[in-house]
Design a protein around this ligand. Structure first.
Ligand code: CP
Length: 311
């Protein structure tokens, strides 16, 4: 078991077989999370550094817990409270971290492609925890793992990705992974929130939410990223909610038991109603638990020793 690529910057760094193996191991990892004593020695002696230049709740905490549950030493560095705030470059920060003995560096950065600079600068393995509007590969892995847990397969399943696709690294990584597993992927947003030539990513594109929802097996709602938006991409959040917000009535167009997903954090009342987010079809909280399991399985694959979940 292992991953051939030194780093995980794009989901395309993983083969389908490597992703399948991560999903199999994530099932065992999920069992560890539900134990009274959540600790195995798989990564004992390994040093993991979370280097976050952007805010995060789910990704950073789940990587931290994943490493700690597996016995690694994990530290967190935030741009705002580190020497980055004094002007230290990414390369110098990376070299400093490496000299401290990091085996794996997990980074979130606002610049698309920043991870390539980091990966070239250090020998430690680099995991992308989100770079600008480019990719968020571990979010896609946990999303696909969640879908597979309910649907059994992704082949031929209609997955409707709805919302701010333009700014969404989650959408980009999911499109790569879902296409590799043979899903029928749709994206739906107002034209101003779709990337140019998005159809070249191998997805069906519509501005009409009804078309996207009809017969969908999974409805993945994306957050409106107000912090990355220029003004004027849509008239008002009220209008957006009316046309593209997921509510119970619109959800009826999808399959009866369609899964409702959201990577979080949610803007309740804008892209999704609280009623839908908390409905029996919602797997949003399960995504969070699966995020820890997937990141444990990934860390094992990238830096693990002998696999021993019974210890
Ligand atoms: N889904 C996700 O990346 O959430 P955070 O920004 O809280 O890490």
């Amino acid at each position: 078991m292992g991953i051939k690529s030194k780093d995980l910057i794009s989901l395309s760094d993983l083969s389908v077989e490597e992703m399948k193996e991560i999903f199999i191991n994530a099932k065992s990892m999920k069992e560890i999370i539900h134990r009274e004593i959540k600790k195995v020695p798989t990564l004992r002696g390994k040093a993991i550094i979370n280097l976050f230049y952007e805010n995060s709740t789910r990704t950073r905490s789940s990587f931290e817990l994943a490493g700690k549950y597996m016995g690694a030493d994990v530290i967190n560095i935030s741009a705002g409270t580190s020497s980055v705030a004094k002007g230290e470059s990414l390369r110098d920060t990376a070299k400093t971290i490496e000299r401290m003995g990091a085996d794996v560096v997990i980074m979130r950065h606002p610049a698309s492609g920043a991870h390539h600079i980091l990966a070239k600068a250090i020998n430690a393995r680099v995991i992308n925890a989100g770079d600008g509007t480019h990719e968020h590969p571990t979010q896609a892995l946990l999303d696909m793992f969640t879908m597979l847990g309910h649907l059994g397969t992704l082949s031929g399943k209609k997955i409707a990705i709805i919302g701010d696709v333009l700014h969404s690294r989650v959408a980009r990584s999911n499109i790569l992974g879902l296409n590799a597993f043979g899903a029928d992927v749709w994206v739906c947003a107002p034209p101003t929130l779709l990337p140019a030539q998005v159809e070249k990513l191998g997805v069906k594109v519509t501005w009409d939410m009804k078309k996207a929802l009809e017969g969908a097996d999974v409805v993945m709602v994306l957050r409106i990223q107000l912090e990355r938006q220029k003004k004027g991409l849509f008239p008002s959040t009220r209008e957006y909610a009316k046309l593209y917000g997921l509510n119970q009535e619109k959800l009826k167009l999808a399959q009866d038991n369609a899964l409702v997903m959201h990577p979080g954090p949610m803007n309740r009342g804008i892209e999704i109603t609280a009623e839908v987010a908390e409905s029996s079809q919602s797997v949003i909280e399960e995504q969070v638990t699966n995020g820890v399991a997937i990141r444990m399985a990934l860390l094992y694959a990238m830096g693990g020793g002998k696999f021993n979940v019974t210890a």
